[in-house]
Structure formats: C-alpha cells, structure tokens
Design a protein around this ligand. Structure first.
Ligand code: GDP
Ligand code: GDP
Length: 437
C-alpha cells in the first residue's frame, strides 16, 4: 500500500515544521522548478516498511480569508482521502476554540485521527496535556517538531499502524508485466481516450486488480509483442462506464499513480496550452524521480497556424523542463501513439543505463575543454573526474576544485552535455559536486 497522511491544525501550531522534519526533501531534483518548490504541500516520509505521502494542509483551516495554503474544500478532500490524519495542537497554547472547531470538521470525514501535542519540549505541562485528553482522541502523542523530539517514535507508530492495516488484505503490489506507465494530467485532456485506444488497438484483455482505498488499477497490455502495464489511479478507465459520471480530479490519486509507475506521461490539451497545474504535475513526476514525457494531445484540433503559436508558447513555459521530451499526439485518431511507445522504451532503457566513470569523465573533460567556467576572483574551478552515484534518481558525481563556485548556468551546461552524450532526455538527474584537496 502507499499510505497518505494529512497534517491538519490551526495556524502556528507547527505543521510546516513537522512536515519538514518528517519528509526527506528531494530538493536537488526540484530546486529550480517553478511552482513546486513554492508549495511544499506534498512530501515523502521514509518509514521502515513504507514510503508514505505526507500532505501539509497549510494554515488555511481556521484562518479565514487568507489564501496562502490550499483552499478549504481541497483540505477537506485531502483529509477525506488520507489514510491517517495527524491533528496538531500546541502545548504552549493549550486547547483553544479553533482546535475544537477544526477537529469537529475533520471528524466528519475521517475515521483515523491522531492527536499530536506539539511544542512539548522541556518540561511537559501535565495540565496542558490533560486538557487535550478531553478531545476524546485515543491516540495522543507529545512531540516537539522544532527539537525533533518524539518523531522517531511517531514514525514507528505510523509504520506499525499501516503494517497492521496492510496485513488485513493481500499485498497490492502492481503485477509485474513490463514497464509500469502512469498517464497523468488534468481532467479532459484525453487520458481515458489514450488508455482505451492503447488497450483496444491491441485487443488485449484488460482486467482490474482490486484497488486500494484510492482505487489503483493496473491494466496489462501488449504493444508490439511487448508487455506493458498502465497504472490507472485516476479512474480514467472507469470513465468509460457512462453511469459513473465524471470523476473529480484528485492530486493524491495522481501521486499514487506516479509512485507506482516507472515512467510518467504527462498529458496536456494543446488547445489550452500548458497551465500552471500541468507544470505542477510535471514537477511531481520529477520530484518522484520518474522519467517523464510530455504529450501534447488533441493536436488534430489545431490549424497549422495555431500549431506554430502553441509550440512557441509551450517551449517558453517549458524552460525549466527543457530536458523533458515533448510529443504531439491525437489520442482520438491514434496519431503519435507509436512514437510515444517508442519513447517510453527508450526512456526505460536510458533510465537504467549504467554509465562508467570512464564514460562520464570523458564527457566531463570534453565539455570542460569546449567551454571553461568563468573565473571567480582570478581563480577558475577545476573539474577532474565524474562517476555515477546510482540510478532512480540518476546521480552524477563530479569531483574537482572550487566546484562550489560554479554558476548554476555552468552546472546546467554540464548536465546538458551528459544528457546529449548519453541520450538522457527525459531522465531526471541529480548532479553532485565534490571538492578534493
Ligand atoms: P504552521 O503554521 O502550523 O505550519 O506552524 P509553523 O511550522 O510555521 O510553526 C509556527 C511557529 O512555531 C514557528 O515559529 C516554529 O518555529 C514554532 N515551532 C514549531 N514547532 C515547535 C516546537 O516543537 N517547539 C517550539 N517551541 N516551537 C515550535
Ligand atoms: P480525460 O479526462 O483526461 O480522461 O479525458 P477524455 O479522454 O475523457 O477526453 C476528454 C474529451 O476530449 C473527450 O470528448 C474526447 O473525445 C476528447 N479528446 C481526447 N483526445 C482527443 C484528441 O486527441 N483530439 C480531439 N480532438 N479530442 C480528443
């Protein structure tokens, strides 16, 4: 299972601090992605047996009129979809009216609520704790997010909780049937049309796996005699049953899809261009270190003239994602699908590429010779050798002197040199620099 945990509470109780303390941020992958770094709403918590998604609901509830965090309705949706809610209060403030008001609301949609009494460092005020018992939440823990007190115990309890839950039913690992592909995107961009097209064209029997609470379904298919599995957590397949109506877009379902997949196809609607939410979805795939392709769908719908215009617009918006391959498709007519599947194969192969220190160093030296980094205070950075730091996410480690002085633009130049040399378009890469003596 891929558990989801929501952190809820009124402003200033320490939710963000807790969120940051619990999540292992993948800043290196998303450092210069617009949007995603700004909203730290979703993170990953490494538990002993699970990797859970943590949702920080921001300070919205009880903070009327301030539009900084998620919208109220979205918070309630996140709470509803979460497998566990951590309701945070402050030992310093004691129980206040807003706490009770918020709790009342989350109780309407969630069954599993734990109470975290934060800011409990130093001498815990027993009186303050006693106050919180009256909320009637069985599972109460005193923690201090700022001082990292009680967090290890918290993680242990969460892990145990999900372990107990998971033992109730069969493990829902997605079956092993070729590369696992997630097709994600906003509603109406054409995801179900594509999925149905891919399944129908090959006339392969699709079967539904029993889903988790968020209904993840894996759809095995054969394309060119090769096995693939489409991951459908967004309910795109069920849409084909008319009576189910249009399903609400769920970012949590999308995240679950991304996590289960080995490769993500982010689909956008060519008529609408690329929106901030599209970029956000791309960012989420990158954050989870998944190889990614952008499919610009409904391409058939545009006139030649309009196509040039749209291409230009998209390229502009894709600046931070220049390394993501871009394809034009028509799910409706089936054009571009062959290219898409070929790209998927290529990306799967490249993401697994084992690059030797020799190969990497050669490219590094060539790039360095062709274009030297600028001098800083009369001194130049030196780049000596490179080696791999593993795949998924792909890490390239570069050794040299004064590498901390390298400007971002030069780091990007190096990254691009590696991408070109090894055909790594679409593969997220973390570049690490180390200075020797
Ligand atoms: P949020 O609005 O609920 O996200 O709260 P923040 O995480 O922004 O924290 C609000 C304030 O409480 C900040 O000044 C934090 O440094 C402080 N804070 C967070 N956790 C603790 C804690 O465990 N102990 C103390 N004393 N302060 C904390
Ligand atoms: P989803 O919500 O992302 O699953 O989108 P759907 O697959 O349900 O598609 C939404 C609408 O767009 C439907 O009316 C489709 O027929 C239409 N559509 C999907 N793909 C294309 C395409 O490539 N070209 C055109 N013109 N329409 C498409």
């Amino acid at each position: 299972m891929t558990p989801v945990i929501a952190v809820v509470g009124r402003p200033n109780v320490g939710k963000s601090t807790l969120f940051n303390a619990l999540t292992n941020t993948r800043d290196a992958l998303v450092a210069d992605l617009p949007g995603l770094t700004r909203d730290r709403q979703y993170g990953e918590v490494e538990l002993a047996d699970f990797q859970a998604t943590l949702v920080d609901t921001g300070g919205m509830l009880g903070d009327e009129g301030q539009l900084t965090g998620m919208m109220d309705e979205q918070i309630m949706k996140a709470v509803e979809e979460a497998d566990l809610v951590l309701f945070v209060v402050s030992a310093r403030d004691g129980l206040v009216g807003d706490d009770e008001r918020i709790l009342k609301r989350i109780r309407q949609v969630s069954k599993t609520i734990w109470l975290l009494v934060n800011k409990s460092e130093g001498r815990v005020d027993e009186m303050a704790l006693a106050e919180f018992y009256q909320l009637g939440i069985e599972h109460l823990m005193a923690v201090s997010a700022a001082h990292r007190k009680g967090l290890a115990e918290l993680k242990q309890s969460i892990n145990q909780h999900f372990k107990d839950q998971a033992s109730g039913y069969e493990d829902q690992e997605v079956i092993d049937h070729g590369p696992k592909i997630a097709i994600i995107g906003r509603p109406n961009v054409g995801k179900s049309t594509l999925v149905n097209r891919l399944l129908r064209e090959e006339r392969v029997l699709a079967f539904d796996m029993p889903g988790t609470t968020r209904d993840s379904i894996s759809l095995p298919m054969i394309w060119d005699d090769m096995p693939y599995t489409l991951i459908d957590t967004a309910g795109v397949r069920r849409r084909s049953r008319v009576d189910e109506g249009i399903e609400k877009f769920s970012i949590l379902k999308t995240i679950e899809s991304i996590k289960l997949a080995q490769i993500c196809v982010v689909m956008i609607d060519a008529q609408e261009g690329i929106t901030d939410q599209d970029l956000h979805l791309l960012g989420l795939a990158v954050y989870h270190a998944k190889p990614v392709i952008l499919a610009v769908n409904k391409w058939d719908h545009l006139s030649d003239e309009h196509r040039d215009y749209v291409k230009e617009k998209i390229n502009l918006k894709m600046k931070a994602f220049e390394w993501v391959p871009l394809l034009y498709t028509s799910a409706l007519h089936g054009s571009g699908l062959r290219v898409l599947m070929e790209r998927i194969d290529l990306l799967m192969e490249k993401a697994d590429a084992e690059l030797t220190a020799n190969q990497l160093t050669n490219v590094l030296i060539e790039a360095y010779k062709a274009h030297q980094p600028p001098l800083v205070q009369g001194l130049s950075s030196q780049l000596k050798f490179a080696h791999s730091g593993g795949n998924h996410p792909m890490k390239i480690i570069i050794h040299g002197k004064r590498t901390t002085k390298l400007p971002e633009s030069y780091k990007r130049y190096l990254e691009n040199s590696f991408r070109k040399a090894f055909q790594l378009k679409g593969v997220p890469i973390i570049m690490q620099f180390k200075d020797g003596k």
